[in-house]
Design a protein around this ligand. Structure first.
Ligand code: FES
Length: 122
């Protein structure tokens, strides 16, 4: 469910734990009517929330194989579980792996008193 400006509530800030992420389905964002809806995730990095579409730029598949787990072992980078591409949590830029130089799709993110909201950038 989105508001008139496309924002959808995904969680509360306090739901985000170090090393963890909250996943969600992006309302109304399937590639075509028969396709599965796109998913997204939000995580904390250096104390700030960041949100991206859960889609690796290499093959267009979801990044994680375990619910809520997107970071590498050191919690420094977002890591694709299929071929190991590494992404900067701040920008989504891929800095190693088969899609090096490409980037995750960032989502607009807003912190409001009633939670964290995301939407596709306009
Ligand atoms: S599918 Fe993500 S690195 Fe290949």
């Amino acid at each position: 469910m989105t508001d008139n400006h496309g924002w959808q509530r995904v969680c509360r800030l306090e739901d985000l734990t170090p090393g963890g992420a909250v996943e969600f389905t992006l309302a109304g964002k399937a590639a075509h009517p028969d396709a599965l809806a796109l998913r997204g995730f939000v995580l904390l990095h250096n104390g700030r929330p960041r949100a991206y579409v859960n889609q690796c730029p290499h093959l267009g598949i979801e990044l994680n194989w375990m619910p809520g787990r997107f970071l590498d072992a050191d919690h420094c980078f977002i890591q694709c579980s299929t071929h190991g591409a590494l992404f900067l949590p701040d920008s989504g830029e891929c800095i190693a792996g088969p899609c090096q130089g490409d980037a995750l799709t960032p989502l607009d993110l807003a912190e409001r008193p009633d939670g964290l909201f995301v939407r596709f950038p306009e």
